[in-house]
Every structure is written in structure tokens, then in C-alpha cells.
Write a protein that binds this ligand. Structure first.
Ligand SMILES: Nc1ncnc2c1ncn2[C@@H]1O[C@H](COP(=O)(O)OP(=O)(O)OP(=O)(O)O)[C@@H](O)[C@H]1O
Ligand SMILES: [Mg+2]
Length: 227
């Protein structure tokens, strides 16, 4: 019996582009299972990023619901939604979104500290070592390669031990080797820390390492396949 961690019911998002309505998501009904890696694929503009933003509480839907452990996250007020986002959800952005004036270690710990999230030193060290960042803790983002910057973004997401980590094209800006490293780290975090991942990707290697592939087209789910 699979444990549903996240579920959408009739989830829709309509954007206005000037006077034109663009339906980015059209009545999407999906279930995301706990401790699985779900890949979301589809052509450019099909609604992948929009879906990720709605699943992670970053944007409000036009209609429909997102249930996290059975609770409708958009019935929460903005303050509660922000709290949920900072405590329960990790997000790895395509452009990493590191703070340029903070060092590696500050980038990793500051968001957790600001949200009063407790983590122990041992766990922090474990993440830093697993990600091979131990030699780089006092560097600034501009002194790091793309792959290293991404590992800082992963560490920043992992430190909170979130229930779910979302990543939008996590290997999109990486060279082949760093991309493979990301996949290893994700599989490791999935197994050892029981983390659930939802990733948007164009990378077939990454999609094939996931447990499940959801295919979107024109804002609709057209295929749902166990890998
Ligand atoms: N903030 C916005 N305002 C207006 N339209 C938007 C906005 N964000 C997305 N859209 C439109 O919604 C549709 C889906 O966009 P979305 O970014 O979710 O696609 P995507 O699948 O992530 O594409 P890509 O693979 O290129 O990143 C597109 O037609 C896009 O133009
Ligand atoms: Mg996108």
C-alpha cells in the first residue's frame, strides 16, 4: 500500500497574458507517493514549472486543491503557508538562488536558522561531507563551479529534512559529470533519509532513475508510468 503524501484535485492555473487567457494547468489530478522520486516531463510550455510551484505552495491555483498529507494547503492563510513552505518543503531552483554575499556554510544554514529549524551538528557534517563541500565552506558562490553551487543549494534544501524536495530541471545547468553526481546524491538522500522528490527534467537519465514519470502536455497529464 503506497502512502500518498501529496494529491491534487482538479488543479488549474490560468494566467492572463494581456487580454489573452493562458491555461497553464487544466484540471490536473495526480497523487505523489511518499519516499518516491517522481519525474515530471513534457515539452516547453506544457506547465511543468507551474505544477511544481503549485505543489510546493509558491503560487495559488485558479481553481482546485493541493492536499499535503490530506490537508488543503491553499486553505491556509499566507503566514501559515509561508511557515509550511519553510519547514516542510525544500526547493532546488534551476539557477540555485544562492545569496552572493554569504559563504557556502552561511548559505546552507541561514535559511534554517531564520526559520528556527533545529538540526544537529552531526547531520550538518554528514550532508557537507556527502556533498563534498567540506573544503569549500568559506568560499563565496562566485568562487564555485556550477556543480558546486548546485550542491550548496541541495545542502540548503536537505538541512531542513523537508518532507518533499522539489527541483526544477536540477541538471539543466550542469555538465554531464555534475549531472550524474546530482542523480547519485538524490538517490542517496531518497534511500538514506527517506526523502520524497518531485523533479522536472528534460534529462532522460534522470527520468529513468526515478520511480515514476508523469508526462504533461498542454497543461494536462497524458501519461503516468512506473519506471
Ligand atoms: N507568470 C506567468 N504569466 C503569464 N503566463 C505564464 C506565467 N508563467 C507561465 N506562463 C505560461 O504558462 C504556460 C506554462 O508555463 P510553464 O513555465 O509552467 O511551462 P514549462 O513546462 O515549465 O516550460 P519550460 O520547459 O520551458 O520551462 C506557458 O504557456 C507560459 O507562457
Ligand atoms: Mg519550466
Amino acid at each position: 500500500m503506497k502512502n500518498i503524501i501529496l494529491e491534487t484535485i482538479g488543479l488549474s492555473k490560468v494566467y492572463m497574458q494581456g487580454d489573452v487567457k493562458v491555461t497553464a494547468l487544466d484540471q490536473v489530478n495526480i497523487e505523489i507517493y511518499a519516499n518516491e522520486i517522481t519525474a515530471v516531463v513534457g515539452p516547453s510550455g506544457c506547465g511543468k514549472s507551474t505544477l511544481l510551484h503549485l505543489l510546493s505552495g509558491m503560487d495559488r491555483p485558479t481553481s482546485g486543491k493541493v492536499l499535503l498529507d490530506g490537508e488543503d494547503i491553499y486553505s491556509l492563510n499566507d503566514r501559515m503557508l509561508t511557515k509550511l513552505r519553510s519547514e516542510v518543503i525544500g526547493f532546488i531552483f534551476q539557477k540555485f538562488n544562492l545569496l552572493p554575499d554569504l559563504t557556502v556554510i552561511e548559505n546552507i544554514t541561514l535559511p534554517a536558522d531564520l526559520s528556527n529549524i533545529k538540526y544537529d551538528r552531526e547531520y550538518l557534517n554528514y550532508i557537507i561531507e556527502t556533498l563534498g563541500l567540506d573544503e569549500r565552506l568559506d568560499f563565496f558562490p562566485r568562487q564555485l563551479s556550477g556543480g558546486q553551487q548546485q550542491r550548496v543549494a541541495i545542502a540548503r534544501a536537505l538541512i531542513k529534512k523537508p518532507k518533499i524536495i522539489f527541483a526544477d530541471e536540477p541538471t539543466g545547468n550542469l555538465d554531464t559529470k555534475s549531472g550524474e553526481r546530482f542523480i547519485e546524491i538524490m538517490l542517496d538522500a531518497n534511500k538514506k533519509l527517506n526523502l520524497t522528490f518531485v523533479i522536472v527534467t528534460h534529462n532522460p537519465d534522470l527520468a529513468l532513475k526515478s520511480n515514476r514519470i508523469l508526462s504533461l502536455q498542454d497543461g494536462k497529464v497524458i501519461d503516468d508510468k512506473v519506471v
